[in-house]
Design a protein around this ligand. Structure first.
Ligand code: NAD
Length: 497
């Protein structure tokens, strides 16, 4: 076997070791004997260096015209397209999800690059009439400065691209800390940006663990804004810390998403959506469907077919194209699935499929069976709490109104889905489901990069990634008044009366 590669932090355009000299291993979750790479375990000192480099680079980067900045992002999109297959393989090896999905993850970064590259020639502000004569008024977008970014492991290239590309086009410089389980894909993304011509110091990467490397970014006085994606638990810590210094802070957090299936639905279509929603990415998506809320007339058929499909899924190493579901990311995450299966049983739900860790040929990885609970009810912990594994609960209901009430009845509000052929019910559900995303006749998964992405309640604090919401987050408004009357004109006072 070839020697394991050591990856360094990128600070001010140089690859450097952590000041403490500490490192950590990135393991392949499908085979923990396979060390994907050695990464720097950074701390406050490394973060200080990275922020200083980003601060210095901001002075010149903010003056580069936005269309020129965007050309670099466009070139990064071109390079990612060329490198897609290799980066997808790297991602499957460090994160576990199957190749089809990691190709999709890289594609999402490519789509984001092209979308945001176009923004370089827009970044629209507003020109409006002044209430006074011979006076010009406009509102322009200006960058924030150094932006700190903290990412999760489940979309290790797509999510950093949602943060980096808009931030860079808008003229900010960045310090990013990838998740400790998946730093390689963020390295690949950052390397691509450098190869595309990003100047030194504009992007800086520090790897490491949350409290040691993430918290110092949030707390650093020269970091002007924070973009965090991760659990609601950590999001609360990050949000509270950012609030102390009044930093704008975008929090994209957990979900407990529901697919509603009504009696009149195309059940085969709903089954395909349920399997993809529950077991795609091994259930480790913020938008994963972990609750199937099924009207009683469709319940038996839905459950029978859903269980049969789940049992037929091929689970194994995502690098093998024949496998349909990969491992969980780490020991802690598989233990969470084990714990919730136990909780579900004690709560009185019935295990209809799976429920166990896979051993034998799978024992070197963190593989868990696709798991379905039947006869669930909305109050059970398995129907309320984010499990973040391949565990779904089916809940029978009598009506669409009851279904929507249950869909809304968790602390989260990210994605939602309804299968029906009745357009009136569809539109009422779109109106009444309290969530950031609603799909009709499609699962809870499937966001496109040019639409806003995010959720309500414990899922988000009002910001959106994707779409133009990202531009709103990474710029601030400056209102400009130019008086060419050659005299003092007082707004609200010189009204001409
Ligand atoms: P996590 O909250 O454990 O970690 C997220 C990031 O925060 C990691 O980089 C981690 O190192 C860092 N971190 C941990 N403690 C920190 C601290 N005290 N200060 C600063 N940073 C700290 O989440 P995870 O396990 O990586 O990801 C899974 C979670 O992410 C799930 O809850 C999932 O729903 C959520 N998620 C949300 C979205 C979304 O857009 N809403 C997208 C993907 C994942």
């Amino acid at each position: 076997m070839s020697a394991v590669k050591t990856y360094k932090n990128l600070i001010g355009g140089e690859w450097v070791a952590s000041r403490s000299g500490k490192t950590f291993e990135n393991l392949n979750p499908a085979n923990t004997d396979d060390v994907v790479g050695i990464f720097q375990a950074s701390d406050q000192n490394d973060v200080n260096d990275a922020v200083a480099a980003a601060q210095k680079a901001f002075e010149t980067w903010r003056l580069v015209p936005a269309p020129r900045r965007a050309e670099i992002i466009f070139r990064a999109g071109e390079l990612l397209t060329q490198r897609k297959e290799q980066y997808a393989k790297d991602m499957t090896r460090e994160m576990g999800k199957v190749l089809k999905e990691t190709r999709g993850d890289v594609q999402e970064a490519i789509d984001t690059a092209y979308f945001m590259a176009g923004e370089g020639r827009r970044l629209f502000g507003a020109t409006v009439p002044s209430e006074l004569p011979n006076k010009f008024a406009m509102a322009i977008r200006v960058p924030l400065g150094v932006v700190g970014m903290i990412a999760p492991w489940n979309f290790p290239m797509a999510i950093p691209s949602w943060k980096l590309f808009p931030a860079l086009v808008c003229g900010n410089t960045c310090v990013i800390k990838p998740a400790e389980d998946t730093p390689l894909s963020t390295f690949n993304l950052v390397q691509t940006l450098i190869d595309a011509g990003l100047p030194k110091g504009v992007i800086n990467i520090v790897t490491g663990f949350g409290p040691e490397a993430g918290a110092p970014i949030v707390n650093h006085p020269d970091v002007r804004a924070i973009s965090f994606t991760g659990s609601s638990e950590v999001g609360r810590i990050v949000g509270e810390a950012a609030a102390k210094s009044f930093k704008p802070c975008s929090l994209e957090m957990g979900g407990k998403n529901a697919i509603i299936v009504l009696d009149d639905a195309n059940i085969s279509l709903a089954i395909d959506g349920a399997v993809w929603g529950a077991f795609g990415t091994t259930g480790q998506r913020c938008t994963a469907a972990s609750r199937m809320i099924v009207q009683k007339g469709a319940y038996n058929e839905f459950v029978d077919k859903f269980v049969a499909k789940a049992k037929s899924l091929k689970v194994g190493d995502g690098l093998d194209e024949k496998n349909e579901m990969g491992p969980q990311i780490n020991e802690q995450q598989i233990n969470t699935s084990i714990k919730y299966v136990d909780i579900g049983k004690k709560e009185g739900a019935k295990v209809l499929a799976g429920g166990n860790r896979l051993e034998g040929a799978h024992k070197k990885g963190w593989f868990f069976e696709p798991t379905i609970f039947g006869d669930g009810n909305a109050k059970m912990r398995i129907a309320q709490e984010e499990i973040f594994g391949p565990v779904a609960t089916v809940i029978p209901v009598s009506s669409v109104e009851e279904a929507v009430e249950i869909a809304n009845g968790t602390p989260y509000g990210l994605s939602s889905s309804l299968y029906t052929r009745d357009v009136n019910k569809a539109f009422r559900a779109i109106r009444d489901i309290y969530a950031g995303i609603t799909y009709i006749n499609a699962p809870t998964i499937g966001a496109e990069v040019h639409l806003p992405f995010g959720g309500v309640k414990a899922t988000g604090n009002g910001h959106r990634e994707g779409g133009l919401g990202a531009v709103d987050f990474y710029t601030q408004w400056k209102s400009v008044y130019i008086d060419y009357s050659d005299k003092l004109q007082r707004a609200q006072i010189d009204t001409g009366e």
